[in-house]
Design a binder for this molecule. Structure first.
Ligand code: SF4
Length: 122
């Protein structure tokens, strides 16, 4: 199993990019929540979640956030709070085993292979 240093992005799961600025890039402060804010700022939290629900990057963004735990300890990312991301990581580990990130990386690679095959262009 590959160990990545704190704060280092797993190169198998780079942060998804968009040709246009996402809402969190245009208005990053709307996605910044400190510990304790999540209960106190319910309307702002809901606005950030709604923005993520309309974002085309959301599925890949969630995967990136789950894998790159040390880079995503706070804030709303892909519509999730830190606690929800922790719960999702726990579920992934229960379903795929302790090496769930490696399992997901293999699945991603296989998916990219299939997509790249002639006749399978998305
Ligand atoms: S889904 Fe991810 S990239 Fe899209 S707005 Fe939310 S945090 Fe930003």
């Amino acid at each position: 199993m590959t160990i990545y240093r704190h704060g280092t992005e797993d190169p198998r799961f780079p942060r998804p990019q968009s040709p246009t600025l996402t809402r969190c890039q245009r208005q990053p402060e709307a996605f910044d929540f400190e510990r304790g804010d999540y209960a106190r700022k319910a309307p702002e939290l809901e606005q950030a979640r709604r923005a993520c629900s309309r974002c085309p990057l959301a599925p890949d963004c969630l995967l990136w956030a789950l894998v790159n735990r040390s880079m995503t300890p706070v804030g709303i990312i892909a519509g999730t709070t830190p606690r929800q991301r922790t719960q999702l990581r726990t579920r992934l580990a229960a379903r795929l085993g302790p090496d769930w990130i490696d399992v997901l990386a293999d699945q991603e690679q296989a998916r990219r292979h299939r997509t790249a095959e002639p006749g399978n262009a998305a």
